[in-house]
Design a protein around this ligand. Structure first.
Ligand code: BGC
Length: 749
């Protein structure tokens, strides 16, 4: 049923970005006047450096020539002070001496590696994520880099997709807060600052909805799904002032996003007022030939530039075909000038015209790396990223397995990741010569915690993917001697990331068989799961009493894990994405719509919306994450039972720490719009608060529900606020709602 009243929310965007100083505007216009068409197109051209090493800087000679002749605007994958300086010097030999942009994928740190982005998202600690982004920018901006191809803000519902590790999970609200925080972190006080880099929101758009989770695959999606689920983090990144956007490899409803005027011109540069520039993804202009969208490279150049893609990454297609297309009048000078102005504006904002070498400083680099404060932040981020999935009391015992005592007599350390070094970094991690000495392995982390009298026994047991069970006997032997076993299982670090989708997301190799063998010894097990995605591990999840999801935590991984294992830090992470029971249950996500036959009972045939061979709920729900203490929710109050469309309602509750140790709870507020002009999700996260409580302590938590939390996008992409009834749900996870209320949004009451 349609509601009577429909209020269209109109947005007036603050121009937080793209504002040049008047003197620089004049310089920019003077420069534009002097530029030839070839030089202008040169600014729209980006080349990669040698991704296989630093010498030579380019593997093709023509790139040096293009650089010296003003035919290159930016480079990527050029690392190190020497090479960056060298290329900038070549660019300055060009007639107009326009400095280069140096772009890079710095997904979760450069020298100091932080948890992978999905792991960081599990902390729900927006401020800390901004801080880690800031540190990544401080390090990189000293080493020549002035442009990050981050944040990756793609929502996904598919853990098979390898790139799930790069984003913030499945939720548009949480994803938006994280997107904005990362932009703020990278860009700091503004990109004119020497420690700031330009942020790029990618991949625009809907790349995370690739069919079947297969990378680069087709996306077919309704507009309402696009606007309500996939676009919000991009919008948040644009509002936070992201300097650039990167389009994506996928087609969206038949149109490659690189050629989508709807996305790039209408939405991004039009409705959102974006003043930065759009860069293609690697080769995505030329990919449109394979997509069957254009017949040749010339057609690709025409389609991409017309649709608002300002820079061509590595393809050389703009360079080769835009001059002809302009000469023939197929591409107007206005389009070229707009793209070039956008790119040059950023170069002026960065201050490159005043000092092209400002981001190259050996001295700053040496100061930035190995900074003890930064390392401590990484460890804090690591601790907060860990999710305690389960912590039961083993049979015959009185206490849950975790936290472990530091005085345990014997601990058996088993599994392929106990001794791993670089694996801890996860995918999209540069490797450094000093990695082997500075990365804290899980073994080292544990060793540094336990008493001098504790005996640590170690057996690998098996490799990540091998089929050999030869190591089982030794692992079983040490498990039998131990008071507790810590098993470190999971994926190989490069099983997630770009082009690393998996059809089977269970533990690879013989790991599950090893877990069963160790379980049979009767020694209590704590399992660490190292992965770049949600995995399916039902047997272990049902039998192993204590499980910590540790993702990939970066340089200080072992230290952070040990902090949690031994209770120096009480785990507080919450899943930013749903964990399915099986691959067949994918896609599964918490903020789905209701069917016409909402679940009543899995055993009633015509009310079963799931499968006959599987429970309907996921294995671990969005927002799930336990603590070593317990929290009681109570004393729920709402300031009113009605709200006007320009009003607000305060919702408050008390949270009490009912356990024996201090802990942090993330109190989650979900809303449901009961009736809408389009069906609305069964619940949507709209706010959360983190609250730290000592044992026995009680605090009040308050949320303010404002109209912006009640709006949604209709099929036309218009944000609307529809009066009617809303359910309020407050919980510790999306499947653990503790308090409920409802209110009516209506101006007539
Ligand atoms: C990825 C982008 C990345 C680019 C440059 C592409 O393959 O899709 O995310 O920024 O390469 O490395």
């Amino acid at each position: 049923m349609r509601k009577l009243l429909l209020v269209i929310i109109l947005f007036s965007f603050q121009q937080l970005f793209g504002q040049l100083k008047p003197a620089d505007s004049i310089r920019l216009e003077n420069l534009m006047k002097q530029m030839t068409l070839e030089e202008k197109i040169g600014q729209m051209n980006m080349y990669t450096g040698n991704i296989f090493g630093d010498d030579p800087v380019f593997t093709a000679d023509f790139k040096y020539e293009d650089l010296k002749n003003g035919r290159v605007g930016a480079v990527l994958n050029v690392n190190g002070i020497k090479n960056t300086k060298y290329l900038q010097e070549l660019a300055l030999q060009s007639r107009l001496k326009i400095p280069l942009l140096f772009g890079n994928d710095v997904l979760h740190g450069l020298h100091l590696l932080f948890p992978i982005p999905l792991a960081e998202a599990a902390s729900w600690d927006i401020g800390l994520m901004e801080k880690t982004a800031r540190i990544a920018a401080i390090e990189s901006s000293a080493r020549g880099n002035n442009w990050f191809f981050q944040p990756m803000v793609d929502i996904t519902h598919d853990p098979r997709w390898g790139r799930v590790m790069e984003g913030a999970g499945e939720d548009p609200y949480l994803g938006s807060l994280i997107a904005a925080a990362r932009v703020r972190g990278y860009q700091g006080n503004g990109i004119g600052d020497t420690t700031s880099v330009m942020a790029t929101a990618k991949h625009f758009a809907a790349y995370g909805a690739a069919i079947g989770g297969r990378d680069y695959n087709t996306v077919d999606m309704s507009n309402q799904e696009l606007w309500n689920v996939y676009l919000p983090p991009f919008k948040a990144a644009a509002e936070a002032g992201a300097s650039s956007f990167m389009n994506s490899f996928n087609t969206l409803n038949g149109v490659p996003t690189t050629a989508s005027s709807y996305l790039q011109r209408d939405i991004l540069k039009g409705e959102w007022g974006f003043r930065g520039f759009v860069v293609s993804d690697w080769g995505s202009v030329g990919d449109m030939i394979a997509h069957g969208y254009v017949k040749d490279a010339e057609g690709a150049a025409l389609a991409a530039v017309t649709a608002g893609c300002d820079m061509d990454m590595e393809d050389q297609i703009y360079k080769k075909y835009l001059p002809k297309l302009v000469a023939e009048g197929k591409v107007s000078m206005d389009i070229i000038d707009d793209a070039v102005r956008r790119i040059l504006t950023k170069k002026f904002e960065l201050g490159l015209f005043d000092d092209p070498f400002k981001f190259i400083s050996q001295e700053r680099w040496e100061k930035a790396i190995n900074n003890p404060g930064h390392i401590e932040t990484a460890r804090q981020m690591g601790r907060e990223s860990i999710v305690l999935l389960k912590n039961e009391i083993p049979e015959g015992k009185t206490q849950p397995v975790l936290p472990l005592s530091k005085n345990i007599k014997t601990i058996a350390l088993i599994g392929p990741h106990i001794m791993s070094v670089r694996e801890n970094l996860g995918f999209w991690s540069p490797w450094w010569p000093d990695d082997s000495t500075r990365i804290i392995t899980q073994y080292q982390g544990i060793k540094s915690k336990v008493s001098a009298n504790t005996r640590l026994l170690y057996a690998k047991g098996c490799e990540v993917s091998d089929t050999s069970t030869a190591g089982f006997a030794e692992a079983v032997r040490i498990a039998k001697q131990a008071d507790v076993v810590i098993m470190s299982m999971g994926e190989q670090f490069d099983m997630s990331g770009e082009s690393r989708s998996r059809s089977d997301i269970t533990f690879p190799g013989v790991q599950e068989a090893l877990i069963k063998a160790i379980y049979a010894t009767g020694t209590p097990i704590v399992m660490l799961v190292n992965a770049g995605r949600p995995l399916v591990f039902n047997w272990a999840a049902d039998h192993v009493p204590a499980i910590l999801y540790t993702w990939w935590l970066g340089t200080t991984a072992g230290g952070a894990i040990a902090d949690v294992l031994f209770g120096d830090y009480n785990p507080s992470g919450k899943l930013p994405i749903t964990f399915p029971r099986s691959v067949g249950q994918v896609p599964i996500f918490y903020n789905h719509l209701s069917t016409g036959k909402p679940p009543k009972n899995d055993s009633i045939a015509y009310y079963r919306t799931g499968y006959i061979d599987l429970m309907q709920n996921p294995k671990f729900a969005f927002g799930h994450g336990l603590s070593y203490t317990t929290f009681e929710y109570g004393d729920f109050r709402m300031s009113d039972s009605t709200m006007k469309t320009d009003g607000s309602i305060r919702v408050s509750l008390s949270v009490t720490n009912t356990g024996k140790v201090a802990g942090e709870e993330t109190v989650q507020l979900y809303l449901r719009d009961k009736v809408g002009s389009i069906a609305r999700p069964v619940k949507e996260l709209k706010d959360f608060k983190k609250v730290i409580l000592k044992p026995g302590e009680k605090k009040r938590v308050e949320f303010v529900i404002t109209p912006d939390k009640l709006t949604f996008y209709n099929e036309q992409g218009k944000q609307v606020l529809e009066p009617g009834e809303f359910d309020v749900m407050i919980g510790s996870a999306s499947d653990d709602i503790r308090l409920k209320g409802s209110f009516l949004l209506n101006d007539e009451l």
